[in-house]
Design a protein around this ligand. Structure first.
Ligand code: PAF
Length: 201
């Protein structure tokens, strides 16, 4: 009796914009992109699962984006665990992982920022000046580089989500923004990479 053969899944890790654009252009469509800053947890994996269900190719970016950290913020101490992130993504059946360096994303002379208006004048926009423009700039770059059919964002970062939706509409970016519900710890706390900074109390 013939046995069902499962093909070993191979995940490709990419570090340059050019290679990422080409890989996404040549990928079997639809392509879903999950932008992340790594330190992956159950919330990220729920975005990946949703992307896996909706698309034939799933790409995940891991880039700790200096432009969205406030001066004296936690950019240098932000949790980073490349090996564990790659293992999780491989286990989740991801096809492409984009891990550019800071120099690749922001080469010398980089001088353009995407600035959102009204939506950045409250909440995080006030508490962390420049943060949302940093997010808008890097998300615009990622969406342009990869040209995914769908891009996945968590409901947890509600203001970021509203801003990304507005930006995609305003700049006519040809992508559908997909929203995935917040994943919570048993006590109700939203799962987040920065929860590593908290003690139980
Ligand atoms: O939500 C995040 O992890 C980041 O803000 C994002 C969308 C990956 C941009 O760096």
């Amino acid at each position: 009796m013939a046995r069902t053969q499962t093909m070993p899944h191979s995940m490709r890790v990419i570090s340059t914009n050019e290679e990422m654009s080409q890989a996404c252009r040549e990928a079997v469509k639809p392509v879903g992109l999950v932008p992340t800053m790594g330190a992956l947890h159950a919330g990220h994996l729920s975005l990946v699962d949703r992307a896996r269900a909706d698309n034939l190719t799933v790409a995940v970016s891991i880039f700790v984006n200096p432009a969205q950290f406030v001066p004296d913020g936690d950019f240098s101490s932000y949790p980073r665990d490349r090996r564990s992130d790659l293992d999780k993504l491989e286990g989740a059946g991801v096809d492409l992982v984009f891990m550019p360096s800071v120099e690749e994303m922001y080469p010398a002379g980089f001088d353009t920022t995407v600035h959102s208006g009204e939506l950045t004048r409250s909440l995080e926009g006030v508490a962390r000046p420049g943060h949302l423009d940093g997010v808008a700039t890097v998300v615009a770059k990622l969406l342009i580089q990869s040209s995914p059919d769908l891009a996945y964002f968590g409901q947890k970062d509600a203001q970021q989500l509203a801003m990304v939706r507005r930006m995609v509409a305003d700049l006519d970016l040809p992508v559908e923004v997909a929203v995935v519900p917040t994943v919570r710890e048993q006590d109700g706390l939203a799962v987040s990479s920065r929860n590593a900074y908290l003690d139980p109390r």
